[in-house]
Design a protein around this ligand. Structure first.
Ligand SMILES: [Zn+2]
Length: 56
């Protein structure tokens, strides 16, 4: 009984996480689609430097 409740709760949490991930991904795609390319490039460039990826 308790195990079934925990399983149902865990799968509900998994669905919520998946929905959150999908919403986040769609949000990022929509955002990057509407932001101007120069601003997007600058932001990506800053993130690349901040995370230590080789750049130029
Ligand atoms: Zn750079």
């Amino acid at each position: 009984m308790t195990t079934q409740v925990q399983t149902a709760s865990a799968s509900r949490a998994g669905i919520l996480s998946a929905l959150f991930a999908i919403a986040l991904g769609l949000g990022i795609i929509t955002l990057t689609g509407h932001v101007q390319a120069a601003a997007l490039h600058d932001a990506a460039h800053d993130v690349r430097h901040a995370t230590g990826f080789p750049c130029h």
